[in-house]
Design a protein around this ligand. Structure first.
Ligand code: SF4
Length: 471
């Protein structure tokens, strides 16, 4: 969006106004692929009616089904994979100089389900991790089973000079600090889609964060498939801890958080860094995927309920008032009733603050695709619901315990669910994913604005949501 906008395009969120439609896609599980294809077909109608002049498909679906998209959806004019973002201008028929060969200014709809920034230049990573090289030799990144996909893995990384247009509210921004993943998780296709792990330069992230802070951003959320590996390819020790520490020194930033920690990569140094800074949110999202040692072994992740319980205890000891989020997969191939029960017991014991459960999705090209003992879809759904039911009780208890307590919150603005309430987030609420915090009483702060921080008192609790008043 940033590249298009700096080249003279006007970005619109209304498909009916757009001359060029860009659909940014996901393809990591079946439901995401379906949503992407449905959106492309919906947007193709604007091409058919002659309203839109170009339809571009971008993102992970292109990495997986490049040829098929163009063969089966003739309305698509161009595809742009995750490693080809610098080709978005050519795909749109816009010259980088800002000259526009079609109507000017263009109106462009970027239709996506996940916010993503585009970049102007490709910076390749000079150092690969030994772990990634070894995985590559063992075939982890192979795309040979995919008809029509290019063999080349994406190597793209954006940098601080890449023009960016925020798709988030102006007080909060995501910063991608690394791309790709070298882990061997048997169910996961992301390494084949996104390529080998590579970190952005430390100074590049700092300079982007400084620029965002100068523009009014008060919260940055660092993302990557695995943020806890940050810097390993740059020969940085404790890279993420150093980066968090450095970003927390940017004066205008109030909250710095990061998502997606790999369980055995959470170091003592990282926990100390979180605990030592007021600005680094006491929040960890550690997708554990399962708790039965046998299932984790088949998933090629390792660990066990006992190991995880010990590390959770260490995390909670090191970071007072830690908010802990995780996610699991229900119905991995061969998951027995007993292994599933182990997972249920673990969830009861670990008492996570937030928890998500994915139904296992069988993805061609992953090692799990070739495993026997597939669990029937209805049974997968039953297990998913059962886990969520256990968590619902835990969540209700935890939310209730917060009533009467005071937290600093960042106002988001009027609620999308009801005009009568505003929404806010506390340190324990990452953007978009956790339960909601509604404000029902502004007290003396009738002129409060989105992006401002206030002290609030929790007055009501629901299963996942909270209601608070400003104090
Ligand atoms: S760490 Fe995450 S992105 Fe990487 S392979 Fe495992 S599940 Fe996939």
């Amino acid at each position: 969006m940033g590249m298009l906008a700096t080249s003279g395009a006007e970005i619109t969120s209304r498909a009916e106004d757009a001359d060029i439609i860009v659909v940014n896609t996901c393809s990591f599980i079946d439901s995401a692929k379906q949503e992407s294809v449905d959106t492309i077909l919906e947007m193709a109608r604007f091409k058919e009616s002659g309203r839109a002049k170009k339809l571009i498909v971008a993102g992970c679906l292109v990495e997986r089904y490049r040829d098929e998209i163009q063969k089966n959806i003739p309305q698509v004019d161009a595809v742009v994979g995750t490693g080809e973002l610098d080709q978005i201008l050519a795909a749109a028929g816009i010259e980088a100089t800002g000259l526009t060969p079609l109507d000017s200014p263009f109106k462009i709809l970027n239709s996506n389900s996940a916010s993503q920034s585009l970049k102007s230049g490709v910076s390749r990573q000079p150092n690969a991790r030994a772990e990634g090289d070894a995985r590559e030799r063992s075939g982890r990144f192979s795309r040979t089973a995919w008809d029509g996909a290019t063999a080349a893995l994406p190597t793209y990384l954006y940098d601080e000079n890449t023009p960016r247009l925020l798709a988030t509210p102006k007080h909060s921004a995501y910063i991608k600090i690394a791309e790709g993943c070298d882990h061997p998780c048997a169910f996961c296709i992301i390494p084949q889609l996104r390529g080998k792990f590579r970190s952005r330069r430390f100074e590049s992230v700092v300079s982007e964060a400084e620029r965002l802070a100068n523009q009014g951003v008060r919260e940055v959320t660092l993302i990557g498939q695995d943020t806890t590996c940050y810097g390993e390819d740059l020969e940085l020790k404790d890279g993420l801890a150093h980066l968090l520490d450095r970003l927390s020194q940017i004066e205008q930033l109030r909250w710095v958080r990061f998502l997606y920690a790999y369980p055995n990569k959470i170091t003592g140094r990282l926990l100390e860094t979180i605990a030592a800074s007021e600005k680094i949110c006491s929040y960890l999202d550690v997708p554990l995927q399962h708790a039965s040692a046998a299932v984790l072994r088949r998933m090629k992740r390792g660990g066990s309920a006992d190991i995880f319980l010990r590390s959770i205890e260490k995390m909670r000891r090191a970071v007072p008032n830690l908010t802990l989020r995780t996610s699991f997969i229900a119905g991995f191939p061969g998951e027995t009733e007993q292994e599933f029960e182990e997972l249920c017991d673990f969830v009861r014991e670990a008492q996570f603050d937030w928890l998500g459960v994915f139904s296992y999705s069988d993805e061609e090209g992953t090692p799990a695709f070739r495993l026997g003992g597939k669990v029937a879809p209805r049974e997968i759904e039953r297990r998913r619901r059962q886990l969520m039911k256990i968590q619902k009780q835990i969540s209700r208890r935890k939310r209730k315990a917060a009533v009467g307590q005071e937290f600093e919150v960042m106002l988001e603005g009027p609620s999308q669910e009801t005009e009568l309430l505003w929404e806010a987030r506390s340190e324990m609420h990452a953007p978009e994913i956790d339960g909601k915090l509604f404000i029902n009483d502004f007290g003396e702060h009738a002129n409060a604005k989105p992006g401002e921080f206030y002290r609030s008192r929790i007055v009501e609790a629901h299963d996942y949501d909270l209601v608070a008043e400003l104090v």
